[in-house]
Design a protein. Structure first.
Length: 220
């Protein structure tokens, strides 16, 4: 296989894209505690694994090549476009970059990065005044930064699925859920009744519907 002609073996792009996304996330997440670094480290491992397969070596395509050649005999396995496996599996034709899933991936990525930056701004100002973050996205969910990470990961998975990142995704979900519980225990100990009241009216990960919010307000 001619790596350059196929769009693989481009290790400079692996380094550039990994560095670009990780620096962008780092600039808004700004890990400080050991928990923060574990969160960022797990995300970094996912991103590097993704770009290694996207521009370096297509391990998933290689491992699935026998099945793909049998199922899709006309498919040029090592064309870069073939890495958009969802398009192939769903029988889409044409340029995969203009497919519905690829467009949806940009929506997930865009909203994920927006939520991450917005949440960091609120959290930063709350930490400066030694208070509890309750404004902006924190008024809707208790852990917008973790939700932002999941949205970004989903965006990448919709765009370029690999066996390794598909395996890592549920592990990261469990990791972020556990970190959220640990973080809440610390906030409960630090802020006491204020955090209890906040947690009672604010869902952990998924925003409440209008009906649910009305019910929470009535109970309050």
């Amino acid at each position: 296989m001619n790596h350059d002609a196929s769009g693989y073996g481009l290790w400079s792009l692996v380094i550039f894209n990994s560095a670009f996304f990780l620096m962008f996330v780092f600039s808004f997440f700004k890990p400080q505690t050991a928990r923060d670094w574990r969160t960022f480290g797990a995300f970094a491992a996912f991103v590097v694994a993704l770009f290694v397969e996207m521009y370096g070596f297509p391990l998933t395509i290689y491992l699935l090549s026998g099945w793909l050649q049998t199922k899709y005999p006309s498919l040029d396995l090592f064309s870069h476009d073939s890495g958009h496996l969802w398009s192939t599996l769903l029988g889409e034709t044409g340029n995969p970059h203009f497919g519905a899933l690829h467009i949806a991936s940009y929506v997930f990525l865009g909203f994920g990065f927006y939520l991450l930056s917005n949440a960091w701004s609120v959290l930063y100002h709350a930490q400066r005044r030694n208070g509890l973050a309750k404004a902006g996205p924190y008024a809707r969910i208790r852990h917008p930064q973790y939700v932002a990470f999941v949205l970004i990961l989903l965006g990448f998975l919709l765009q370029w699925p690999t066996l390794l990142t598909l395996l890592m995704f549920p592990i990261l979900l469990i990791m972020y859920a556990r970190l959220a519980v640990t973080e809440e225990a610390e906030m409960r100990q630090r802020f006491g009744a204020e955090f209890e009241a906040y947690a009672a009216r604010t869902p952990r990960f998924l925003p409440a519907s209008r009906k649910e919010r009305a019910s929470i307000d009535l109970k309050a």
